[in-house]
Design a protein around this ligand. Structure first.
Ligand code: HPA
Length: 274
């Protein structure tokens, strides 16, 4: 466990040495938000392989690099290609990058993802502000000896997604003409998609969207006291809602279709971040 702190130190030292100070916001780019990286000015791209201590594997549709630069007037860092539990990584590995952000002194995390719509009022292509999450289907990334250097043993999760940032996101959506939905994101480990019975069960539990990422990252971020804002791109209706099978291709295709509006919204949010 102390090895994690040491390793984080090495990663952070390397990144500090080659970048320009502490980014104000770290952005995790989910499927469908890759093009946002194109809006970052004065870009410095660092492939995961180059970063000491950094995990290096990602799945199809996810490139592995950190991008530092300006988005509007803000110095940000973006993570293109995240690590998923379903790839076989343990949770410490999955949340390692978020811990790097925290140790670099980054105070704000904007996390995005592709998700299935559980709420039947949603449609593929909708964007959803994450109000809260259901994560108890997952192993908690904080399991094991607590890393006191990072945060407390029992972190509070009663306002995991910052309320004032949520209001800001809603205002920004109005300005850029995006009909931003909101709801609860439910984590499932994957990699198989859920069954219709699982989706019905999730709806009863209060879920509006389902996905295979984000929750571990948000837990690690809150452990370190980072402020978090989350947005899901509803790439498909969850299993059993439509009479058709779910495919990864559909997820990628819808992600690409909404990329422009998703990027416009994120740019507006970053510009106005308080
Ligand atoms: N389920 C789980 N994860 C997902 C989905 C889904 O329907 N769509 C995109 N990511």
């Amino acid at each position: 466990m102390k090895d994690t702190i040491k390793k984080l130190g090495k990663t952070v030292e390397y990144l500090r040495g080659i970048t320009q100070g502490t980014p104000e916001i770290a952005i995790i780019l989910g499927s469908g938000l890759g093009s946002l990286a194109g809006s970052i000015e004065g870009k410095q791209e660092i492939r995961y392989e180059e970063i000491p201590g950094f995990p290096a594997t990602t799945v199809q549709g996810h490139e592995g690099k950190l991008i530092f630069g300006r988005l509007g007037e803000r110095y940000v860092m973006a993570m293109k290609g995240r690590f998923h539990y379903y790839e076989g990584h343990d949770m410490g590995f999955v949340v390692y990058p978020v811990r790097v952000f925290g140790r670099m002194g980054v105070k704000n995390l904007l996390v995005t993802n592709a998700a299935g719509g559980v709420n039947t009022g949603f449609a593929p292509g909708d964007l959803m502000l994450i109000k809260d999450h259901i994560g108890f289907f997952a192993e908690n990334p904080l399991r094991g000896e607590n890393l006191d250097e990072l945060g407390p043993r029992f972190p509070d999760m009663s306002a995991a997604y910052d309320r004032s940032l949520q209001s800001l996101a809603m205002e920004c959506a109005g300005r850029v003409g995006v009909d931003l939905k909101s709801g609860v994101y439910c984590y499932c480990k994957g990699p198989s998609f859920e069954t219709p019975a699982e989706i019905r069960a999730m709806r009863v539990l209060g879920a509006d969207a389902v996905g295979m990422s984000t929750v571990p990252e948000v837990i690690a971020a809150r452990h370190m006291g980072m402020r978090v804002l989350g947005i899901s791109c509803i790439t498909n209706m969850a299993a059993g809602i439509l009479d058709q099978p779910l495919t990864h291709e559909e997820v990628i295709e819808t992600g690409k279709m909404v990329e422009q509006k998703f990027s416009a919204l994120v740019r507006e949010i970053v510009k106005n971040w308080e």
